[in-house]
Design a protein around this ligand. Structure first.
Ligand code: KIV
Ligand code: ZN
Length: 511
C-alpha cells in the first residue's frame, strides 16, 4: 500500500539554538555524541552550530560535518560574506550540507537592532543568499522575528530570497509571540501572496515563551509548512524551542488528522532525550509530555482499572513507541552479561563491544556496593561509559573526615602530563573541603553557583547524582557525576567542571 501522507522534514537545532540556552553548553565530543544519536533517530537535518560565533563552534560544526553521515548537516550564518564563508568551510566535508542564513525583518529589529531601512534588509537578504549559493546548492533563509513583521514586507522578502536561490524558507516566531490560528493565517498568506512559493520548502521555527511552540508549529504544518525546526526536550533560548519529541509524536499519533508523517524512529526518542538531558544537565520535568517519568504512569484507581481492561482506555500512545521500556526488573551481582545486555537493549541504548565491556565492569563494581540495580542505575552506567574523559585531570584518591560541620579533605589528582598533585583543605563540611583541595591542586578557582543532588533509583544504597554549576571568566560550566557515595560524586562533578574550564581555556589559547 503506498502512503499518501505528506513528508514533514525534521530539522533539529539542539546543537545550535538548544546549546545557546544558558547552562546547556556542550563540549565538542558531547556535540558529536548528540549528533550521532540524532542521525540514528532519523532527523533529516542537523543544525550543528553557528560557525562564526567562536572557534569552538566552528570546530564542532566541522567535526559533525566530517563524522556524521545520513542527515544534511547545516551551519548558521548572518548575511555577511565572512560568516557565510566560515560556515561553508566548516561544512565542506559533509556528505550533504546546508547553509542557513538569517536576517531580522520586523520593524522592531530594523529600527532598534539593525538600524536599517526595509530596502537595505531586502538587499542584504538577497545578497546573503546569493553568496551562500556560491558555496552550496541547499540554502535556507530565515527572516528573524518573522511573526512580528508586516505581512506584505515579509512576503516581499520571501519572494526575493527564493528568486535569489533559497531552497527552504523558514518562518521563525523568534520571541514566542504568535498564537496558533494567527500563525496558520501567516503561512496561508505567504502561500497565497508569494509568486514563487512553490520553488521552496516552507519551514517553521517556534519558541516557547507563551508555551505554544508545539501548537504553533503544528498549525504551521496544517497551513503548509513541510519542515519543523525543533530541539530535543525543547531546550533553547529562554523558555526553549518547539520540542522534537512532542511535535513528532503529535504528528504520528494524529496522523490521519495532519495527513503528514516524519522519518523519525520514534522508539529512539526516550534514549536520545536522556542523553541530551545528561549531557546538558537540563533535567526533564516528571510530567513532561512523551519523555517525562510520569508520561505513562497511571496512579488513580479508575485509570488503573481501565488500563487493566484495555490500555487504549487511558493511553493514546504505547510507551514502547517512544522507546520507554521501564520495568521493575532488578539486576544484581549475580546477573550476567546476557541479562545486562538485554536490559541495555530494552532501555534503547546501542553499545559496541568495548563500551559494553566497560559498562559490565562498572556494573559488577556497583553491584558489589549496591544490592539491587534499577533502570536508573543502568542508564547512568551506560551514559557514563559512552562519555569518556572530559579533560586533563583524573581523581586518584579522596579522603575526607568531618566533625561538627567542619570538614577536612585530601585529594590526589593526576594530570594528563603525568604530574601527580596532592592537596588537603578544610571547609564547611567534607564536600566544601574537597572542592577547596581541588582548587588548590589545579589553581582554578571558579565561583560556585549551584550544587544539586538527586537520587537515581530506590533504596538507602541508591546512587546519587551530583551536579555542580560554576562561573569562570564570564562563562558558565556544569559538571555531573554519579556514585553511591555522595561526597565522591560531588568531588568528581567539581573535577569535571575544572576539566571543562581547562579544556575550553586551552582551546582559546590555540585559537
Ligand atoms: O529564533 C530565531 O529566529 C532563530 C533564527 C536564527 C532562525 O533561531
Ligand atoms: Zn530560534
Amino acid at each position: 500500500m503506498t502512503s499518501t501522507l505528506d513528508r514533514v522534514m525534521i530539522f533539529d537545532t539542539t546543537l545550535r539554538d538548544g546549546e545557546q540556552s544558558p547552562g546547556c553548553s556542550m563540549t565538542q565530543p558531547e556535540k558529536l555524541r548528540v549528533a550521532k544519536a540524532l542521525a540514528e533517530l532519523g532527523v533529516d537535518i542537523i543544525e550543528a552550530g553557528f560557525p562564526a560565533a567562536s572557534q569552538g563552534d566552528w570546530e564542532a560544526v566541522n567535526a559533525v560535518a566530517r563524522e556524521v553521515q545520513g542527515p544534511i548537516i547545516c551551519g548558521l550564518a548572518r548575511c555577511s560574506r565572512d560568516d557565510i564563508e566560515l560556515a561553508a568551510k566548516a561544512l565542506r566535508d559533509a556528505e550533504r550540507r546546508r547553509i542557513h542564513v538569517f536576517l531580522a525583518t520586523s520593524a522592531i529589529h530594523r529600527e532598534h537592532k539593525l538600524n536599517m531601512a526595509k530596502e537595505e534588509i531586502l538587499r542584504r537578504a538577497v545578497e546573503g543568499v546569493k553568496i551562500a549559493r556560491e558555496h552550496c546548492e541547499d540554502i535556507e533563509f530565515s527572516p528573524e522575528d518573522a511573526s512580528r513583521t508586516e505581512l506584505d514586507f515579509l512576503a516581499q522578502v520571501v519572494e526575493a530570497v527564493i528568486d535569489a536561490g533559497a531552497t527552504t524558507v523558514n518562518i521563525p516566531d523568534t520571541v514566542g509571540y504568535t498564537v496558533p490560528h494567527e500563525f496558520a493565517e501567516l503561512f496561508r498568506y505567504l502561500t497565497k501572496n508569494v509568486r514563487n512559493i512553490d520553488k521552496a520548502r516552507l519551514s517553521v521555527h517556534c519558541h516557547d515563551d507563551l508555551g505554544m511552540a508545539v501548537a504553533n508549529s503544528l498549525m504551521a504544518v496544517v497551513a503548509g509548512a513541510r519542515q519543523v525546526e525543533c530541539t530535543i526536550n525543547g531546550i533553547g533560548e529562554r523558555a526553549g524551542n518547539c520540542s522534537l519529541e512532542e511535535v513528532v509524536m503529535a504528528l504520528r499519533t494524529r496522523e490521519t488528522f495532519f495527513n503528514a508523517a516524519t522519518g523519525i524512529q520514534s522508539q529512539r526518542l526516550y534514549p536520545v532525550s536522556r542523553l541530551v538531558s545528561s549531557i546538558t544537565g537540563m533535567p526533564i520535568p516528571r510530567n513532561k509530555a512523551i519523555v517525562g517519568e510520569n508520561a505513562f504512569a497511571h496512579e488513580s484507581g479508575i485509570h488503573q482499572h481501565g488500563m487493566l481492561k484495555h490500555a487504549s482506555t487511558y493511553e493514546i500512545m504505547r510507551p514502547q513507541d517512544v522507546g520507554l521500556a521501564r520495568s521493575n526488573l532488578v539486576l544484581g551481582k549475580h546477573s550476567g552479561r546476557h541479562a545486562l545486555r538485554e536490559r541495555i537493549k530494552e532501555l534503547g541504548f546501542e553499545l559496541d563491544e568495548a563500551e559494553f565491556e566497560r559498562v559490565f565492569i562498572d556494573f559488577k563494581a556497583l553491584a558489589d556496593i549496591k544490592k539491587e540495580l534499577f533502570d536508573g542505575d543502568i542508564e547512568a552506567l551506560v551514559l557514563r561509559a559512552e562519555g569518556g574523559e572530559a579533560g586533563p585531570w583524573t581523581l586518584g584518591s579522596l579522603r575526607t573526615s568531618s566533625s561538627a560541620a567542619r570538614g577536612q579533605a585530601t585529594v590526589s589528582l593526576q594530570h594528563a602530563d603525568g604530574t601527580v598533585v596532592e592537596r588537603s583543605a578544610a571547609g564547611d563540611g567534607p564536600v566544601d573541603a574537597a572542592f577547596k583541595a581541588i582548587e588548590s591542586a589545579t589553581g582554578v578557582t571558579p565561583s560556585l553557583q549551584k550544587f544539586e543532588l538527586r537520587s537515581l533509583s530506590e533504596g538507602e544504597d541508591a546512587q546519587g547524582e551530583a551536579v555542580v554549576y560554576v562561573n569562570f571568566a564570564d562563562r558558565s560550566y556544569r559538571g555531573a557525576s554519579v556514585s553511591t557515595d555522595i561526597v565522591e560524586s560531588a568531588t568528581r562533578a567539581f573535577l569535571e567542571v575544572i576539566n571543562r574550564i581547562e579544556t575550553s581555556q586551552s582551546a582559546k589559547e590555540h585559537a
